[in-house]
Design a protein around this ligand. Sequence first.
Ligand code: PLP
Length: 416
Amino acid sequence: MTFSVFGEKFTRFSGITRLMGDMNDGLRTPGAVMLGGGNPAQIPEMQAYFQNLLGEMLADGKLADALCNYDGPQGKDVLRHALAKMLSEEQGWELTADNIALTNGSQSAFFYLFNLFAGRRSDGTLSKVLFPLAPEYLGYADAGVDEDLFVSAKPNIELLPEGQFKYHVDFDHLTIGEDIGLICVSRPTNPTGNVLTDEELIRLDGLAQQHDIPLLIDNAYGVPFPGIVFTDATPLWNPNIILCMSLSKLGLPGSRCGIVVADEKYIKAISNMNGIISLSPGSIGPAMASEMIARGDLLRLSQDIIRPFYSRRVQETIATLRRYLPEERCLIHKPEGAIFLWLWFKDLPITTEVLYQRLKKRGVLMVPGDYFFPGLEHPWAHTQQCMRMNYVPQASEIERGVIILAEEIELAHQEH
Ligand code: PLP
């Protein structure tokens, strides 16, 4: 059997495949401490809300209606109209339903968009996606049809009190060459919990416009929904920005619903790609989200339930980390949003890949830092000194994981 070049590339064991595999294995291993994946928390109030919503939608036939019909390739009309109205009213953006397309999760939107703006051009040159601030989301790294589709830039590191630090875009060294076809950032950032400042975002927007390329902002955790942001961050959109959102971190990852807000010409392109690749995006998530907007619940729950839940959880987790790991052993990226903590073991004598393997043997799953620097030009020791953990599990489970983490770190120091 011989696969095509496409086949060879997409059947590789990628970082994201390993991560999803770990999550699956861990879910079946009794006692495993799952601090690896990006599954959102099962927040009791949200679970109860979804149960109730689905019950009512079943009773009034809306669920059957969603299940028994294809939507158009641009995604459910009623949701696109409701979102356009909500975003125009809330954010003052000038957009209509024609500026919105739905996809089967935002992950598939990234696949479309990266390969729309980057890859082999008709003149034979290769255009690329620039991540102006690495570390960046692991899920991007393998989403290019062509090889070497990504370039990423090292950040500036600001050291903060209490053993924290924050990454910033290093504008002095950021080069946007002729070959860059798209700039992409996640805000809040997976894996670090960083939130690019408004100034950074406006500057990136200016650079993108100057180079006549779009700026993709991945808002999977951002405002206005699901709103997992603990700092001041103004959402930004204009026709040069492609804003990707998702229902996943509201607590609905199984709905596989991604939302793209962009200029009409990009939305048409996505709609056509949807038609070819999946006929139309799934309908259940959009039907639920439409109901949530109609009932005034989408933003209310984001603000009143989801954000406070994660804000509490992150503070508790930092306190737990500090009980077992002093600042000399572990620096923590300032948690400004998303559902992860990014730990920097500056003087660790082993790489975090080795640490990952040792932790996995003891039933603790975290993600080693090296995966989060797709397309970084030069080797950088920092990439092997960091680790991502999520803080979604119960406090007692997190503590169990942190105790083992601290033990393994101490062991590594003693060995060397
Ligand atoms: N963007 C970021 C930064 C994420 O962390 C994730 C999932 O973890 C996604 C996008 C993917 O979301 P979706 O479930 O909509 O494909």
